[in-house]
Design a protein around this ligand. Structure first.
Ligand SMILES: [Zn+2]
Length: 90
């Protein structure tokens, strides 16, 4: 491959990683997880790290997600810590 192809591929990969990292950052923030740690983690590898993040956030760390604002509340919370909406414990 020539240099130009490398630059195009690298730029493409960089954009993908940035988007992934940004999405994970925002999602972790919403869920009350360590956003910086996860955001940086999401920048290293695609799509493996995205999958790891999804597994950890969706299954291992069970937060009570507010249906009104999307804030991740601690288990057992009856009201949303962010907006005060009544939470349904599942
Ligand atoms: Zn809320």
């Amino acid at each position: 491959m020539d240099t130009k192809t490398y630059i195009v591929l690298f730029t493409f990969l960089f954009i993908i990683l940035s988007l992934q990292s940004f999405w994970i950052f925002k999602d972790a923030q919403k869920r009350g997880m360590n956003k910086w740690l996860w955001g940086i983690f999401g920048f290293f590898n695609t799509p493996t790290n995205l999958l790891i993040y999804l597994i950890v956030s969706r299954t291992l760390i069970k937060k009570n997600i507010c249906k009104n604002c999307g804030h991740g509340n601690n288990k057992g919370a009856k009201y949303c810590e962010n907006c005060g909406e009544i939470l349904y414990i599942d």
